[in-house]
Design a protein around this ligand. Structure first.
Ligand code: K1U
Ligand code: ZN
Length: 176
């Protein structure tokens, strides 16, 4: 088995982060290797989630592991074609971040619980209700598959300020 490879993460603004990602139709070893590379990239960042469009791959694949406590058993999850089946009326506010918008955090309100269906790396159809940080994170990652970023929930002026900050960061990174 080949070793997982770290992938560069795209920084907003980038047209590849705004695209609707295509469903995955056949699980292949190549796609399983992609999920493994994404998990490695997410842990290295570090982050609690990552969506394929963030590494420039326009496919409906996300990975997440919201176990943050030191010493706790990790729970790496890879979801192909994840879909929200039901959302609670009760909402939750969480100060979200995004690996494609480094060092920016803002409060976003989302449903507190979501029922999600997906295909796992073995090709099995799965379904689970997520709560707390898992629910926030899975919704954030599925948004990436629909070309949506957490800053799209903010007021236009705040979003514009963040986008300008990221344009400046990208210019600085390009200069080296
Ligand atoms: O999608 C991403 O860019 C990953 C993002 C996921 C996320 C964070 C917070 C709320 C919703 C979704 C991140 O992982 S940002 C980094 C982060 O939150 C974190 C990093 C290390 C330890 C704990 C959290
Ligand atoms: Zn993100």
């Amino acid at each position: 088995m080949s070793r997982a490879m770290l992938k560069p993460i795209l920084i907003h603004p980038d047209p590849r982060l705004k695209k609707l990602a295509a469903p995955v139709d056949d699980l292949s070893d190549e796609l399983r290797a992609l999920a493994s590379d994404m998990l490695e990239t997410m842990y290295d960042a570090p982050g609690i989630g990552l969506a394929a469009p963030q590494i420039g791959v326009s496919k409906r694949l996300i990975v997440l592991d919201c176990i943050k406590e030191e010493g706790a058993t990790p729970r790496p999850m890879a979801m192909f074609n994840p879909e929200i089946l039901a959302s609670s009326e009760e909402t939750n506010v969480y100060e979200e971040g995004c690996l494609s918008i480094p060092e920016v955090f803002a409060e976003v309100t989302r449903p507190k619980e979501v029922e999600v269906a997906w295909i796992d790396s073995d090709g099995n159809a799965r379904k689970e209700v997520f709560d707390g940080l898992w629910a926030t994170c899975v919704q954030h990652e599925i948004d990436h598959l629909d070309g949506k970023l957490f800053i799209d929930y903010l007021k236009p002026l705040k979003r514009q300020m963040i986008t300008r900050k990221m344009q400046k960061l990208k210019r600085e990174l390009a200069r080296g």
